[in-house]
Design a protein around this ligand. Structure first.
Ligand code: CO
Length: 230
């Protein structure tokens, strides 16, 4: 018997349940996906993206990693953002953190955890940048939860600074980046009231203008001409 019997059985029951209510659900969905939202959340098994916002398969494009971090050199996350914005044309990117995040908590410790400490360094920087505010909070849980919020806000900005979002805004594509945070104990999502939808909301140093030759759109002709005369 498969060690994953429960998983396969659940899957059959799930598919049957959906087909019963909507017989063409899977065949319709197999043709295309048109999600309006990109969700970037924590890998934590308790923060179930689609379910907690009541969306159906096909409605939410999802990327999750430990502590919902967006690093400008993370090709995995960047590729997700690019595909979501440029191909799927999502209108909203949502960074969702959660209170009591284990990744954020680990970032506040000086104990070595191994490889993951390199990843958590990005959150340590958020801590460092907000040290005065954080150290003024005496309760350790409150301090952790504030860093969870600050981490979301930082990652929202990081998304806005990517070339993908900058290009989208330059091309007048309606993309808004939002930040919110989930409470495990109540199941409630809180809007952190941080949202950006246009270039001018960014610090000037991050406002990327179009170069004379758009280096992000190399064509075969350009590449060939580069080699002429060599
Ligand atoms: Co987490």
């Amino acid at each position: 018997m498969s060690q994953l019997k429960k998983i396969y059985d659940n899957n059959i029951a799930w598919a049957k349940r959906i087909k019963k209510h909507r017989p063409t659900f899977f065949s319709d969905l197999s043709k295309q996906q048109t999600p309006e939202y990109l969700w970037i959340g924590c890998s934590d098994s308790r923060v179930v993206a689609e379910q907690l916002v009541g969306l159906q398969p096909g409605e939410l494009f999802v990327h999750r990693n430990i502590a919902n971090v967006v690093v400008p050199t993370d090709l995995n996350c960047l590729s997700v953002i690019q595909y979501a914005v440029e191909v799927l044309k999502v209108k909203h990117i949502i960074v969702c953190g959660h209170y009591g995040c284990g990744g954020v908590q680990a970032s506040m410790q000086s104990t070595e955890h191994g490889l993951i400490d390199n990843w958590l360094c990005h959150i340590k920087r958020v801590h460092q940048n907000n040290e005065e505010e954080l150290l003024a909070i005496s309760d350790s849980t409150d301090r952790l939860n504030r860093l969870c919020e600050l981490n979301v806000i930082e990652q929202v900005k990081n998304i806005c600074h990517t070339t993908v979002v900058q290009r989208a805004w330059r091309n007048k594509s309606p993309v808004t980046v939002h930040g919110c945070i989930y409470t495990l104990e109540t199941g409630i999502l809180k809007d952190l009231n941080v949202r950006f939808s246009e270039m001018k909301q960014m610090n000037e140093i991050y406002q990327l203008r179009m170069a004379k030759k758009d280096i992000y759109k190399p064509t075969l002709t350009v590449m060939e001409s580069d080699y002429e005369g060599r």
